[in-house]
Design a protein around this ligand. Structure first.
Ligand SMILES: [Zn+2]
Length: 379
C-alpha cells in the first residue's frame, strides 16, 4: 500500500501525523505545517468536544475549515487521554475520583473544559468524529496502564472489541443518513473508500501476546478500514516493538496499520519495517517546545537508519550554544537552519520569545518528514 484514499485526497504512505490535539499544532499554523512537509494531522475529539465544542466547529464548516487545513485529518477518540485522566496519570488533579469511571456502557469522565462529568460512549465518540469531518476515525477503546493486572487487560480487550463493534454499527448508520441527515431517495448505498471517512479500530492487550492476538483477530473478524496499535508507546521499550511486530503479522499485509503514539525515530523506523505506515506522536512538537532538537547525523537518504545511530538530540538551552555560529543541523532545509546560527535559537529560548517554540518545532517536524520521505522511497 503506497497511499491511503481519504476524503481529502490520497495520503502518501508512510505518513507522520503531528498531534494537533486541540486543533492546533502548538506554536504553528497551517502554512507552517505545509512548509514542514506535513501532509496530515491528528486531532483529539475528546479535547475538542470540551473546547470549543463539536457543534461550534461543525457550524464553522468542520475541522478542516476551522483549522485552515486542506489535507487529511485523523481524529483520536480520546480514549487514551480519558484513561490517563481516570488513572490519575496525566491530569488526575482535574478529575474528582467519584466523577470518573468505566462500565460496559462507556466512560464517565470530566471532559477538559467542561464543568460536569459526562458519558463518553462509543456511539457518542463516533458521532463527534463524524461531525468534526475527520477523514480517519478511531473507535473508542479502553487503554489500561501497561503494568495493569492481567484481569484488567483482559477486561480492556473485551470492552475494546465490544465498543469497536458498536462504533462500526454507528458508523454504518451515520453513513446511511448521509451528510445532510438523510437522503431523499431512501438509504444510500455505503459510499466507496475515498468518498467516505475511514474507520480504524485499536488493538489493545498490553504486554500479553495471547490477549493482543485475541484482540487483533476479533477486530479483524468485524472488519475495519485500518488498525491502530494502542497502548502506552511513549514507553519505547524492547517489549513494545516486539508486540508491535507481532500484531502486524496477525493482520493482512494490505491492511493500513497505524502506530498510535509511535514514536522515537528509531521506534518509528522499526515499526515501519514491521509494516506500519501511519504514525502520530507528540515527541517532535513537545520536545521542540522544550528546546530539545533532533538532528540527522548524515543525509538520511544515504543512511541505513539502524538503531539510534542515524540521529542525535541536543538541548539548545545548554551554554555550549551561546556562541554557536553553525545552524542547529547544517544542510537541514527548515527555516531555522536555513536562516540562523544555533546561537540565535539559544537566545530566543533564553528570553522566552514565542518564536523559539515555532522555529524549534518546525525543525523537529522537518526532521520527521525527511525521515518519512526516505522510508517512502524505500517502500
Ligand atoms: Zn532544521
Amino acid at each position: 500500500v503506497t497511499s491511503l484514499a481519504t476524503t481529502h485526497g490520497p495520503l502518501p504512505l508512510p505518513a507522520f501525523l503531528p498531534d494537533a490535539t486541540r486543533a492546533v499544532v502548538k506554536a504553528l499554523d497551517a502554512d507552517d505545517l505545509v512548509a514542514c512537509g506535513v501532509e496530515a494531522l491528528m486531532v483529539n475529539a475528546l479535547h475538542l468536544a470540551g473546547s470549543p465544542g463539536v457543534s461550534r466547529i461543525e457550524a464553522l464548516g468542520g475541522a478542516h475549515a476551522f483549522m485552515g487545513w486542506r489535507g487529511p485529518i485523523a481524529s483520536d477518540s480520546g480514549g487514551f487521554q480519558a484513561f490517563s485522566m481516570i488513572g490519575g496519570k496525566a491530569m488526575g488533579a482535574a478529575v474528582a475520583p467519584d466523577a470518573a469511571g468505566v462500565s460496559d456502557e462507556g466512560l464517565r469522565l470530566k471532559v477538559p473544559g467542561r464543568a460536569r462529568s459526562e458519558w463518553l460512549t462509543p456511539e457518542r465518540s463516533l458521532r463527534q468524529q463524524m461531525r468534526l469531518g475527520a477523514d480517519i476515525l478511531f473507535c473508542l477503546d479502553q487503554c489500561p496502564p501497561p503494568r495493569a493486572p492481567a484481569s484488567v487487560q483482559r477486561e480492556a480487550v473485551r470492552r475494546t472489541v465490544a465498543w469497536a463493534e458498536r462504533c462500526r454499527r454507528e458508523f454504518a448508520a451515520a453513513l446511511e443518513e448521509g451528510p445532510a441527515g438523510g437522503s431523499p431517495g431512501g438509504p444510500a448505498a455505503t459510499p466507496p473508500v475515498g468518498v467516505r471517512p475511514l474507520l480504524f479500530a485499536v488493538v489493545q492487550g498490553g504486554d500479553d501476546p495471547d490477549l493482543r492476538r485475541e484482540c487483533t483477530e476479533r477486530l479483524l473478524a468485524l472488519g475495519f478500514d485500518g488498525y491502530g496499535f494502542g497502548g502506552w508507546p511513549v514507553d519505547d521499550s524492547g517489549t513494545l516493538i516486539e508486540m508491535v511486530s507481532r500484531v502486524a503479522q496477525w493482520l493482512p499485509p494490505e491492511a493500513p496499520k497505524h502506530g498510535l503514539g509511535i514514536g522515537k525515530p528509531e521506534t518509528l523506523v522499526e515499526a515501519w519495517h514491521a509494516g506500519y505506515r501511519l504514525f502520530d506522536c507528540v515527541i517532535p512538537t513537545r520536545d521542540g517546545r522544550h528546546g530539545r532538537l533532533y538532528r540527522h547525523r548524515e543525509d538520511p537518504a544515504a543512511s541505513p537508519l539502524q538503531g539510534r545511530a542515524f540521529y542525535d538530540e541536543i538541548g539548545i538551552t545548554h551554554a555550549r550554544y551561546e556562541r554557536a555560529r553553525e545552524p542547529v543541523e547544517p544542510g537541514c532545509p527548515c527555516p531555522l537552519c536555513r536562516n540562523y546560527p544555533a546561537a540565535y535559537l539559544h537566545h530566543l529560548f533564553e528570553i522566552r520569545d514565542p518564536s523559539a517554540a515555532r522555529l524549534a518545532t518546525m525543525h523537529n517536524l522537518v526532521f520527521y518528514t525527511r525521515l518519512i520521505r526516505v522510508l517512502r522511497e524505500r517502500a
